[in-house]
Design a protein around this ligand. Structure first.
Ligand SMILES: NC(=O)c1ccc[n+]([C@@H]2O[C@H](COP(=O)([O-])OP(=O)(O)OC[C@H]3O[C@@H](n4cnc5c(N)ncnc54)[C@H](OP(=O)(O)O)[C@@H]3O)[C@@H](O)[C@H]2O)c1
Length: 213
C-alpha cells in the first residue's frame, strides 16, 4: 500500500528519471520510467549488484503485521530483510538517501513491552548507523489509501474498507494520526530531494511536507 503510493508519486514527478521497483511479485504496471526486479529471496542481492547503483534514494516500504508471529519470525522479515537491502545499497550508493517506513509507536529504546515496536526500533537504530548520505524514519499511524491503492495485508484491507468513508472526515480533525498514501509519497520525495531537519517523522511532520518540486 505504502509502496504503491510512493510509486504513484514518483511516476508523476518530473524530477524522477527512473524507478527500480524491487519485490517478490510483479506489479503488473507499465511505465517508461519504471523497471521491475522480481526476486524470490530479498535477503541477498549479490547476483544483481550491478543493477543497484546510480540511485539517489531508496523508499523502503516492505513490512508486515506482527499479529500471530513470533519475535524471531517477525524480526527476520522486519529487521533482517531491511538491513540486507540497506547494507548493500549503502555500499553501492554512498550518496543515497534511505527512507524507512516504520510506524507510530516504534520503540527507539528497543526495550519496551511491545514486540513489534522493539523490533522496528532496532531496525531504525541499525539503519541510522549505516553510511548513507542521510537516513529518515517515517512513522505514520493511520494511512488513508488514495488513487486506487490497496493494502496487501488482508486485515488492513478489511479495516480500510470498513472505515474508508470516515477517514476523509476525521483527517482534518486528527492530523497527528492520519495521513494518506499521496502525502506519504510526496513527503518521501520532498525529503529525498531537499532533506529535513528531523530524522524521525511522525504523521503531522509527514503531512506538513508537500514536495514543492
Ligand atoms: N497500512 C498502514 O496503515 C500502516 C500504518 C503504519 C505503518 N505501516 C507500515 O508501513 C509498511 C508498509 O505497510 P503497507 O500497508 O504498505 O503493507 P502492505 O500493503 O501489506 O505491503 C507490504 C509489502 O511488503 C512485502 N513483503 C512482506 N513480507 C515480505 C517478505 N517476506 N518478502 C518480500 N516481500 C515482503 C509485500 O509483498 P507482496 O506484495 O509480495 O505480499 C508487500 O509488497 C509496514 O512496515 C507497515 O507496518 C503501515
Amino acid at each position: 500500500m505504502v509502496g504503491q503510493g510512493v510509486l504513484h508519486e514518483c511516476l508523476l514527478d518530473p524530477d524522477v528519471e527512473r524507478v527500480l521497483a524491487i519485490g517478490r511479485a510483479l506489479l503488473g504496471r507499465q511505465h517508461e520510467k519504471l523497471r521491475e526486479l522480481v526476486r524470490r529471496d530479498l535477503s541477498d542481492y549479490s547476483d544483481v549488484e550491478n543493477e543497484l547503483s546510480g540511485f539517489d534514494a531508496c523508499f523502503f516500504c516492505l513490512g508486515i503485521s506482527s499479529a500471530g508471529m513470533t519475535e524471531e519470525a517477525y524480526r527476520r522479515v522486519t529487521h533482517d530483510l531491511t538491513l540486507a537491502a540497506a547494507t548493500t545499497l549503502a555500499r553501492l550508493n554512498p550518496g543515497m538517501t534511505f527512507i524507512y517506513v516504520s510506524g507510530a509507536g516504534t520503540d527507539s529504546s528497543e526495550r519496551g513491552r511491545s514486540m513489534w515496536a522493539r523490533v522496528k526500533g532496532k531496525t531504525e537504530n541499525d539503519l541510522l548507523r549505516l553510511p548513507f548520505k542521510a537516513v529518515y524514519m517515517f512513522r505514520p499511524a493511520v494511512i488513508q489509501p488514495l488513487h486506487g491503492v490497496t493494502s496487501r495485508t488482508r486485515s488492513y484491507r478489511l479495516l480500510y474498507f470498513l472505515s474508508g468513508w470516515m477517514l476523509p472526515v476525521l483527517k482534518p480533525l486528527f492530523p497527528k494520526y492520519i495521513t494518506t498514501t499521496e502525502q506519504l509519497g510526496r513527503a518521501m520525495l520532498s525529503v529525498a530531494k531537499h532533506g529535513c531537519p528531523k530524522r524521525i517523522l511522525e504523521s503531522d511532520d509527514i503531512n506538513s511536507l508537500k514536495n514543492p518540486g
